[in-house]
Write a protein that binds this ligand. Structure first.
Ligand code: UD1
Ligand code: CA
Length: 506
């Protein structure tokens, strides 16, 4: 039987240096709250339960956790989520103390059908593994990968204290790993408590450890706040382990990004760029051509939590400054011009999206058919469905409308709640008046309709196949197939018209 894994995420700190009203762990990286990055990777370890320690902004932080848990498929594995409050915040050791009653083989939890109640075995007869392992994470360290956490858990072997460490050229501010002459880890000393010699040590503690639950609980009970900051340091458990003869292992990784914390807007921006650079790299490895990987962004859709996913077929070209959010699919040979923002959309093979186009499918999605041309400066909104070879030009907005093969709306137009047939030509400046102030109505333009410039189609209205609508018309009644409909003031020419002249004062 595998050792059960419980995860504690410390997320009570204030984040003073962010100078923000938003709790630090809810600041966003790639469209997702920092804490949800941490929980996302944590979930991949299939833990039994996750305990989030909240304090500053607790109600908001807890609401964000609950929302994510309630989204189907947001996390790769189901886990039991608990939030516990830490008030006031007396240090990382104090934070984990708040979670302790929920860790290991505890009976304070309600019985859940999947997790049978823990058998009552006398303490002395229980092996350490029976109580499970605890992995401690920080809510403000967003880029640790599940594989790294798995390796740390493995290093603990169910019975040891395993610390995730990294060597930094500038270790200022971090807890240092102090080793004995034989190389064994002795303790962690916080920067503020460290001697000059200790400050010279470059191996630092990441804030992430794996430890058997039963040992952790015993050590937590013995923590004191006798140090430079007057805090209960979680890191003091290392010296306790050594004292108790429990082996301590340091699992040292090379990738400093995975343990980098966010304390300031500058650090948040630096991690954002590093994260985006990695996503860009992964796409290029699949064959996607990015004009500049440093000017590429792929983010979660923060509005509904849709996870960032960009699926690209072969020979996709993406120019500089493009932002993709939520789930976007690009078919073979698709070209995305500079500075496009594309969210929750499918773009079929051979389509070309010219620069500065905004496509946002929100929850309904938006679709661009094969070989379609869109933009520059076009806007596709939820429910826009463009068929093959459709052309949508500059300053054209399409919402909840289908356009069949070869339909064109090339300039300054609005199509809302419309069904547009094949090869329709929709003139410059024409709009569907789809909203009567209370309800939305549909406009139907059958195949081969030609709508002149500057027309208003007052929905509900149908223009029959092959009909023509004269420029400047306001169409309020259906137009029969094949007809010409003109609905505008008749032009009157008055020859030799004399303009009024200014009267002189007497
Ligand atoms: C901590 C470690 C340090 C390590 C560093 C890595 C301790 C004593 N020190 O220091 O060895 O090098 O992380 O980044 O653990 N938090 C609470 N409640 C509290 C205090 C903090 O929940 O009372 C949370 C914070 O929100 C944060 C995490 O714990 O998510 C770390 O706290 P922070 O104050 O940033 O610790 P460091 O001083 O960076
Ligand atoms: Ca920190």
């Amino acid at each position: 039987m595998m050792t059960a894994l419980d995860i504690v995420v410390m997320a009570a700190g204030k984040g003073t240096r962010m100078k923000s009203r938003i709790p630090k762990v809810l600041q966003r990286l790639a469209g997702r709250a920092l804490l949800l990055h941490v929980l996302g990777q944590a979930a991949r370890l299939a833990p039994r339960r996750v305990v989030v320690v909240t304090g500053h902004g607790a109600p908001e932080v807890e609401a964000a956790c609950d929302r994510a848990i309630s989204l189907e498929g947001y996390f790769d594995h189901h886990f039991e989520l608990h939030c516990v409050r830490q008030e006031p915040q007396l240090g990382t050791g104090h934070a984990v103390q708040q979670a302790a009653p929920l860790l290991g083989a505890c009976r304070t939890l309600g019985v859940d059908s999947e997790n049978a109640p823990q058998p009552t075995i006398p303490k002395s007869d229980r092996r350490l593994e029976d109580d499970g392992l605890v992995l401690v994470l920080s809510g403000d360290v967003p880029l640790t990968q599940a594989d790294t956490l798995r390796a740390l858990v493995a290093a603990a072997q169910g019975a040891r204290l395993a610390l995730l460490t990294v060597k930094l050229p500038d270790p200022t501010g971090y807890g240092r790993i102090v080793r004995a002459a034989d190389g064994s880890v002795q303790r962690i000393v916080e920067h503020k408590d460290a001697s000059a010699a200790e400050r010279a040590l470059s191996e630092v503690y990441s804030g992430i450890m794996a430890v058997p639950a039963r040992l952790l609980k015993g050590w937590l009970a013995r923590l004191t706040n006798d140090n430079a900051q007057g805090e209960y340091y979680l890191t003091d458990v290392v010296a306790m382990a050594v004292h108790d003869g429990v082996p301590v292992v340091a699992h040292c990784i090379d990738d400093a990004l995975q343990v980098a914390g966010v304390n300031s807007p500058a650090q948040l921006a630096a991690l954002e760029r590093a994260h985006q650079a990695r996503q860009a790299q992964a796409l290029m490895e699949q064959g996607v051509r990015l004009a500049d990987p440093a000017r590429f962004d792929l983010r979660d859709d923060a509005r509904d939590g849709t996870r960032a996913e960009l699926r690209c077929a072969q020979d996709v070209d993406i120019d500089v400054g493009c932002i993709f959010t939520g789930c976007v699919e690009l078919g073979e040979g698709v070209q995305i011009g500079a500075h496009c923002h594309i969210s929750n959309a499918r773009i079929a093979a051979g389509a070309v999206i010219h620069p500065y186009t905004h496509i946002d499918g929100e929850q309904l999605g938006a679709e661009v058919g094969p070989g379609a041309l869109v933009g520059p400066f076009a806007r596709l909104r939820p429910g826009a469905q463009l068929g093959p070879q459709v052309h949508i030009g500059n300053f054209v907005e399409v919402k909840n409308s289908t356009l069949a093969e070869g339909a064109k709306a090339n300039h300054l137009a609005y199509l809302g709640d419309a069904s547009v047939g094949a090869h329709v030509n929709y003139g410059a400046g024409s709009i569907t008046a789809n909203y009567d102030g209370a309800n939305k109505h549909r406009t139907v333009l059958e195949a081969d309709v030609h709508v002149g410039s500057n027309c208003v189609l007052v929905a509900p209205v149908t223009v029959g196949a092959g009909a023509t609508v004269g420029g400047g018309s306001t169409i309020t009644k259906d137009v029969p197939a094949g007809a010409l409909s003109v609905a505008r003031g008749k032009q009157v020419n008055i020859p030799g018209w004399q303009r009024p002249v200014k009267q002189r004062k007497a």
